[in-house]
Design a protein around this ligand. Structure first.
Ligand code: C5P
Length: 304
């Protein structure tokens, strides 16, 4: 059956753990990371059109490129190439995930477009081929497809599911201006110039993985770690105040999410998250404050 339009809902991610190894020859860094998908979603709608078009609405839409460089457009182009079809699709993205916020918003849109166009054209591509296309688009795209809680290695694109019991409650403080992921990695390389980076950086976080199985946020909270945090703080020093404000408001712990500048606070339960969010909003340290829970599933077609 040929559909008229397909809408895919895709979650944001937070890295509960981000161990960054040395800079590789291909310009990437080896990672050991634990991703969790959160209930903050972009919606990606794809429909037949006379040409490839992309429009974005919602938070930060003006900063999203509306041409072929957009990751969602690249996803459609790649699927079209493999299917030997013209990429005549209109992509409409409704953004809620902060743009350049360290929560894989662009990757989410790519994963959404990928799942959407495969469904629209009824291609029936296998999960492994989808993951391969996703990895070619960006390091975080496979996780946006996958969702849940997962261990990421390589550039972050090689995934293994992690058993996480229960629900975790997060508060997200979204910064007034974004950070470029390559710029944050470059800053980390600069900060590390005078020391050697060892394999310890990318050791598997067994304690955190065991804590996730327990489902107790109080056990998980002290084990959160992000090697990109010093680099993000170096580029946006005001984030220190944001992190302190979240802890002062009663969060169990707070970290910069991925390459930032969004700060993610793990809370004891839903009530605590609502209180922390209210206090953070009042403190004026962020452009916007959201609550979200995790883990949630990856990119899914939604029935309209
Ligand atoms: O894979 P993606 O295009 O999302 O990566 C964006 C940039 O982030 C890369 O060009 C690189 O500078 C940096 N990066 C990295 N190591 C990783 C993932 C991303 O250095 N594992």
């Amino acid at each position: 059956m040929v559909s008229d339009a397909v809408t895919v809902r895709v979650p944001a991610k937070v890295n509960l753990y981000l161990g960054v190894g040395p800079l590789r020859e291909d310009g990437y860094h080896d990672l050991m990371t634990v991703f969790q998908a959160l209930s903050l979603y972009d919606d990606v709608r794809v429909s037949p059109s006379t040409e490839l078009r992309i429009t974005t609405e919602g938070e930060g839409a003006a900063e999203v490129p509306a041409d072929g460089t957009n990751l969602a457009a690249r996803a459609v182009t790649e699927v079209a190439r493999r299917a030997e079809r013209a990429p005549k699709v209109a992509i409409e993205v409704t953004k809620r995930i902060p743009v350049a916020g360290g929560m894989a918003g662009g990757s989410a849109d790519a994963a959404g477009a990928l799942v959407g166009v495969v469904d629209l054209w009824d291609l029936g591509i296998e999960r492994t081929e989808l993951s391969e296309i996703a990895a070619g688009l960006g390091s975080d795209v496979p996780f946006a497809l996958h969702g849940g809680t997962a261990l990421g290695t390589g550039r972050g694109e090689q995934l293994m599911p992690i058993l996480a019991r229960g629900e975790f409650h997060w508060v997200l403080a979204i910064s007034r201006s974004g950070l470029s992921t390559p710029a944050v990695y470059h800053e980390l390389d600069r900060l590390r110039e005078n020391r050697s980076v060892t394999d310890v950086e990318t050791e598997r976080p067994d304690a955190l993985m065991a804590a996730l199985t327990s489902g107790d946020p109080r056990v998980v909270a002290p084990l959160l770690r992000n090697d990109l945090q010093p680099a993000a703080l170096s580029l946006q020093p005001a984030l220190r105040r944001t992190l302190r404000a979240g802890i002062d408001a009663g969060a169990l712990n707070g970290i910069v999410s991925g390459s930032g500048p969004t700060c993610a606070f793990l809370c004891a339960d839903e009530t605590s998250a609502v209180n922390v969010a209210a206090e953070l909003s009042g403190a004026g340290v962020a452009r916007a404050v959201r609550t979200a829970k995790g883990p949630v599933p990856g990119a899914r077609v939604v029935v309209e």
